[in-house]
Unconditional design. Structure first.
Length: 189
């Protein structure tokens, strides 16, 4: 596999929106109804340009094509795209709060080939470097297996309204990071 990671830019937004829609529609059919997925694509799933501006969102590319994306945040918002209301861009305190793992999506034709893990490891590494000792996320039901395999522990399922009488289920998950900036980790380009 010749997949490389790079920081996402605002020039990637259209390609990211298309990837997120393909991923959500293609990889969620066993866990979510089509109406739930379409509702989630109107706000719960999508591009958060704050992550791009903060340079904490990454794309996985193979021969120049974006095949996956995911990021992390040092801000309070846990999930959702630019279209989601109630966002909180306040800065987190790494000594007492967990960094947020955000918006992981993989092209269905590239699923289960290690792209999610590659992105997750990069995000965890950067959160450690920034001084965080824990990370948390709002896992989609299709994503729970990946995160659990990577040491995340889930709590009680939550439901989020996605409009038109539809709700979508998520599992809040958390992980304590081992090692880190205090242990000599360095920033990777």
């Amino acid at each position: 596999m010749s997949v490389t990671l790079r920081k996402a830019t605002l020039d990637d937004v259209a390609a990211l929106q298309a990837l997120i829609a393909r991923s959500a529609r293609g990889l969620s059919t066993a866990e979510y109804r089509p109406a739930q997925v379409e509702g989630a694509l109107r706000g719960a799933f999508g591009v958060d340009t704050q992550l791009l501006n903060d340079q904490t969102y990454f794309v996985a590319e193979e021969n120049g094509a974006i095949v996956g994306c995911g990021g992390w945040s040092f801000r309070s918002t846990l999930f959702g795209s630019d279209a989601r209301g109630g966002r909180d861009s306040s800065l987190l305190d790494p000594t007492s709060q967990a960094a947020k793992i955000r918006a992981f999506f993989v092209d269905p034709s590239w699923a289960r080939r290690g792209i999610g893990t590659l992105l997750l490891e990069r995000c965890e590494q950067e959160a450690r470097i920034r001084g965080f000792s824990a990370v948390e996320l709002m896992a989609t039901l299709p994503g729970v297996k990946l995160y659990a395999a990577r040491g995340y522990v889930g709590s009680e399922m939550v439901r989020y309204e996605v409009g038109e009488g539809e709700n979508i289920e998520f599992i809040p998950m958390r992980k304590t990071l081992t090692g880190g900036a205090r242990d000599g980790a360095e920033v990777a380009g």
